[in-house]
Design a protein around this ligand. Structure first.
Ligand code: FAD
Length: 468
């Protein structure tokens, strides 16, 4: 009998323990289910998922297999498929966000109750969240001890892709991606973001190879230079599992052996991703409430209609570094890590707006959206998170620009106003935005909506006067 492999955010053939196990036992039926969690994704992540599924279906076809698409609650869809195909086993890679954990637990119980071999496998993380424990047996709340705890741990070698995927005697029916229209609600057209996408397992492997060959040696310093292409950009692929973290980890370890000093820093960044998952799994409130609950009374503004929220989203705060970054996000679906920290600090401190507003905007715009890293990034920046930057340490977006974009290359790339011959990328932003956004490339660049010094002082006052 065939085994169903239920794919979710693990769209790859190599280093896929569930697929490898299924393939070793006979015919395999790969399945993807459009359930409420898929429908609930932000528009850009959902659109990127659609592209990822198309590419993955092609990779399966090249192996003589297929990706069966179905919609509905996972537990019902899988039970139906088991009945239709006579499958005796259903395998999948584990997910760690609370909604997926609830769903997967129900699926496992139901299938097992029906006598099906229902199993989840590791693969999305290097270290299962419950296996990393402090000396007292608890979970880690601070990054550096977490890093020290995992640095020496064994990461099993990555699995190669199964040489053969046996097809079942008959394929079950499926739906089509075209009918699903994933991401159709995306405000900017798909053709705006598409040139910035590097899609699928093959592209992800190439990305990793190029990064290890050309960039990792200097990564420890270039990773902060916002106009340079100094980072791996693998988050887009890691987000949908088009590459596994273990493949990235082992490539980093080999680079260390080859004497490339930046590779240790790369491993540390991969472990930030692990840390985010560790915290989300142990404390799911990371996703939707102040992780430090004493922040619940903090007077952050929550009204999305406020002028400063709109100016922030639309990249017209009058602070060039912030505006450049918000425009980069809108056009490319990505943002440099340093810039993410600056715009998050600016929104939550200078503008005193709630981090959830920023987190939701990122969730709608990013093609590398990740539930754990996004939430941790926002709570870290706002000061409400575990191991967060203290609230009183307010990033100065002007001196940050001087430090990390000293020749203004990043700002020039994204800001058109006030320039005689704006760059093509800066102009492309104006082609992408809705007509209702009150801005045009020929306008004068706006004055700051909040003076950086005054914004900083107001934020510090609110912090000092807080009643927690
Ligand atoms: P590299 O510098 O090449 O790093 C390699 C990998 O390490 C990344 O691909 C990523 O998986 C991981 N990593 C690096 N930095 C971090 C970090 N600070 N936290 C967690 N993992 C990290 N990352 C996402 O993948 N999705 C998000 O939705 C996301 N939202 C963020 C929101 C805010 C406010 C902040 C401050 C950070 C956010 N990050 C997010 C983390 C980080 O900005 C991105 O992972 C990074 O910019 C991706 O670029 P890269 O792949 O070139 O990273």
């Amino acid at each position: 009998p065939p085994t169903l492999v239920w794919f979710r955010r693990d769209l790859r053939l190599s280093d896929h323990a569930a697929l490898t196990e299924a393939a070793s036992g006979g015919p395999v039926i790969p399945v993807f289910i459009r359930d409420a969690l898929v429908d609930g994704l932000g528009t850009a992540p959902q659109w990127r998922l659609g592209l990822g599924l198309k590419s993955f279906a092609e990779a399966l076809e090249a192996k003589g297999s297929r990706l069966i698409l179905r919609s509905g609650p996972a537990v019902e869809v899988l039970s139906e498929l088991v009945n239709e195909t006579g499958a005796k086993a259903v395998y999948w890679s584990r997910a760690y966000d609370p909604d997926s954990v609830d769903r997967d637990t129900r699926v496992k119980e139901t299938l097992k109750g029906d006598g099906i071999d229902a199993q989840s496998f590791t693969g999305h993380l290097l270290f299962e969240p419950w296996t990393v424990e402090t000396g007292q047996g608890g979970f880690y709340k601070v990054y550096t001890p977490f890093w020290k705890a995992v640095r020496g741990c064994d990461v099993p070698a990555a699995l190669s892709s199964p040489s053969d995927l046996q097809a079942p005697a008959t394929w079950p029916d499926g739906e089509t991606l075209a009918d699903w229209e994933l991401g159709k609600g995306m405000r900017r057209g798909a053709d705006v973001v598409r040139p910035y996408v590097q899609l699928g397992e093959q592209a992800a492997q190439t990305r990793l190879g190029v990064f290890m060959r050309d960039k990792v040696a200097d990564y420890a310093t270039t990773r902060d230079e916002v106009s340079k292409d100094g980072t791996s950009c693998l988050s887009e692929n890691l987000s949908l599992g088009e590459i596994s973290p273990a493949q990235c980890w082992h490539a980093g370890c080999r680079a260390i052996e080859d004497g490339k000093p930046g590779a240790e820093t790369f491993l540390k960044e991969l472990v930030w991703r692990e840390f985010a998952y560790h915290l989300m799994w142990h404390t799911p409130r990371l996703l939707d409430g102040n992780w430090r609950q004493e922040w619940d009374g903090f007077p952050w503004k929550t009204d999305e209609r406020l002028r400063e929220v709109k100016a922030w989203k639309q990249g017209r705060t009058g602070i060039p570094f912030v505006d450049a970054a918000m425009r980069e996000l809108y056009v490319t679906g990505r943002m440099h890590n340093r810039a993410r920290m600056i715009v998050a600090s600016y929104l939550t401190k200078h503008l005193m707006c709630h981090w959830k507003i920023g987190m939701a905007w990122f969730e709608d715009c990013l093609i590398d959206w990740d539930p754990a890293s996004n939430a941790l990034g926002w709570q870290w920046s706002a000061g409400s998170g575990p191991d967060a930057t203290p609230y009183f340490r307010v990033f100065n977006p002007v001196t940050q620009r001087e430090k990390f974009d000293p020749d203004c290359a990043y700002v020039t790339r994204w800001i058109a106003e006030g320039r005689k011959s704006p760059s093509d990328t800066a102009l492309s932003y104006f082609d992408a935005i809705p007509e209702s956004w009150p801005m045009a490339p020929g306008d004068a660049y706006p004055d700051p909506i909040v003076d950086p010094k005054e914004g900083r002082e107001a934020a510090l006052d609110a912090y000092q006067n807080r009643d927690f």
